[in-house]
Design a protein around this ligand. Sequence first.
Ligand code: ADP
Length: 414
Amino acid sequence: MNILVLNCGSSSLKFQIIATDLETIAQNADRRLAHGQIERIGGAAILNFSAEGKETERSAMPIKDIRTAIETALRWVTAEDSGIEGVQGIADIHAVGHRVVHGGEQFKQSVLISEEVLRGIEDCIEFAPLHNPANIKGIQAAREIFGRNIPQAAIFDTAFHQTLPEISYLYAIPYQFYRRHKIRRYGFHGTSHRYVAYRYRTIKNIPRSEVKIITLHLGNGSSIAAINGGNSVDTSMGLTPLEGLVMGTRSGDLDAAILEFISAKEGLTIHEVEMLLNKQSGLLGISGLTNDMRELIAESEESGDRRARLAIEIFCYRVCKYIGSYLAAMNGADAIIFTGGIGENSAKIRKMICENLSWMGIRLDESKNETNKGEGIISKENSPVEIRVIPTNEELLIARDTVRLIYTGDPAAG
Ligand code: ADP
């Protein structure tokens, strides 16, 4: 089957076409046929399309909405000169898998999309007012383009963390707020943490129940998960993705009293302060330069910029504190695994994070860390906790869940 994987944001679309079925999943032989990205939808959009093994095609054109963006992507995918094997028309797309940000408590795993599911995703808009409406628009546009008979699945960022126990998901605020409004920690990046845990147990050839690891998704958005018995038992993001680690533009953890304080001092509404904490804080806020880790590292190394260095140090310090707290929460772990744009690519950040773990004998192998490409172990052989890098692949899990839902009705523990 050819699965179209869609990640629809408020002004962007990311897509992949993945050829997979039950047999290919069992053999780990799924094939990505194409991928692409359209940014600045609603104005002069920038388009990047790549067929596997070919050079990326870049272009710009006005694109007014998400439906037009999906149609444009499909026109490219099905064009003869794109040369995508086995995809000549939209009839060659057999199902669509959507990344959906918030599934609340209702969605504990991936599901095929029905009217009821769509209503459930709408019910979660209040938790993710920027993301879920864009995801819904993508689902509706795909229905209009492909018709209602093609199966569509929703894969939720929150679902993997639905196994969190009460002691980690409840905030210490009056309990009735959880009862009345479902205010609790949900966690995000669930598909990424789940993929990394799946790869780990496959590489180690151990059953899911024996997976006891800490996964670090460090990208523009960052989160960490404690996984025990194969299940997520704690994670750093909360009701929304604002909580936890220092991120590109998000503050992560802070004293909630700061909202009122900034509001009074700066004459901003609470909503404006929340936007500031989401969009102008984190690495960008501290450095005053950029939210991009690669640029910050360059600035601090080339020009010795003090605040760029400070932003990097605060980022690493926060990650280190969370690792320590999750080691305590789980009474140890077998591995610490890095993923996401920063986690996969930055030996320097991995080193800075791991340096502070030597108190418990966790030893990074500096040369393995420096030379690592893709999946690999970067700890010394005598390190009591392995340190690994596993590049994430959320799209693959989205495609696989879609296939499994269609054939077996069960996305399966993956
Ligand atoms: P998103 O969360 O948007 O998916 P990514 O996972 O792609 O983001 O991560 C983007 C971040 O990864 C950026 O801050 C970028 O600078 C950083 N990054 C990518 N490559 C490197 C590298 N070699 N060294 C340091 N940071 C890197």
